[in-house]
Structure formats: C-alpha cells, structure tokens
Design a binder for this molecule. Sequence first.
Ligand SMILES: Cc1cc2nc3c(=O)[nH]c(=O)nc-3n(C[C@H](O)[C@H](O)[C@H](O)COP(=O)(O)O)c2cc1C
Length: 130
Amino acid sequence: MLSQYLYISTAPSLSREEVDSILASSARNNPANGITGLLLYNGRNFLQLLEGEEADLVGLMVRITHDPRHTGISMLEQRKVNERSCPDWAMKRVLIAESVEKRREILEAELPKGLDDQIRKIIMNFAVLN
Ligand SMILES: Cc1cc2nc3c(=O)[nH]c(=O)nc-3n(C[C@H](O)[C@H](O)[C@H](O)COP(=O)(O)O)c2cc1C
C-alpha cells in the first residue's frame, strides 16, 4: 500500500548549491527505494511531498529528520493512496516564482494534475507566503 507524506521544515538561507545537493541525493537514492515526490524551498522553509511504500518512507524520514541542514520538521499529512501523484519524479524541485502574482499561475501549470485537493491547497498557500 502506497502512502504520501507532506511535511514542512525550517532552513534559513540555504545556498543554491546546498539545495542542489539535496536534489542530487534524492536523484541518487529515491529510485532504488521507490520514492517519488516534490520539493519546494522558499528561502526559509522546505515543503516536501514524499510518496512510496510506508516502510521506505519511514526509513527516509529517519535520514531526513537527522539532517542538520534543517530543523523543526512538522508533518502536515500522512495518507494512504492508491496511486502516485508524481510517478515520474524521483524528486522534482518546484521553483517559486519571484513575482507573487505569477506564483499561482506557474504552480497550477507545474503541479501534477492528479494531486489531492487538500495537498494542492497546502502547497499553493505555502508558495504564496512571504
Ligand atoms: C528538505 C530535505 C529533503 C530531503 N529529501 C531527500 C530525499 O527525498 N531523498 C534522499 O535520499 N535524501 C533526501 N534528503 C537528504 C537526506 O537527509 C540525506 O542527507 C541523504 O539521503 C544521504 O544520502 P547521500 O549520502 O546519498 O547523499 C533531504 C534532505 C533535506 C534537508
């Protein structure tokens, strides 16, 4: 049975390189663990959607929780799903546009179509903050 996790965490002012290295780890490890998802960073907080088998997600969350690059992980959603929303993304970085007016529009185009409404709403709200 597949699950989806959605969490936020705090990481003030990580460099572009540091965020890139998180994406590189994800690309290296997630396919072998059957994990897919997306990652947003707004310069202060991460929002990550993870999907996969429960045991694989629990294993990854242990690593992520101990990662010193962020703190204050807060789980927003944990749910069982019948299928993945991001089957093709080992971990997609969803960029938040500079212009607040454009953010919704760009995200609507970027986020996967099959995303649960509740999760979509949380991601949209996160991206228009600040
Ligand atoms: C916000 C955040 C999200 C992360 N997401 C993943 C992930 O999806 N997959 C992953 O393998 N590592 C992820 N990491 C990195 C892990 O904490 C850990 O550093 C990494 O898995 C170690 O593997 P490596 O030695 O291959 O780099 C994330 C780290 C942070 C701070």
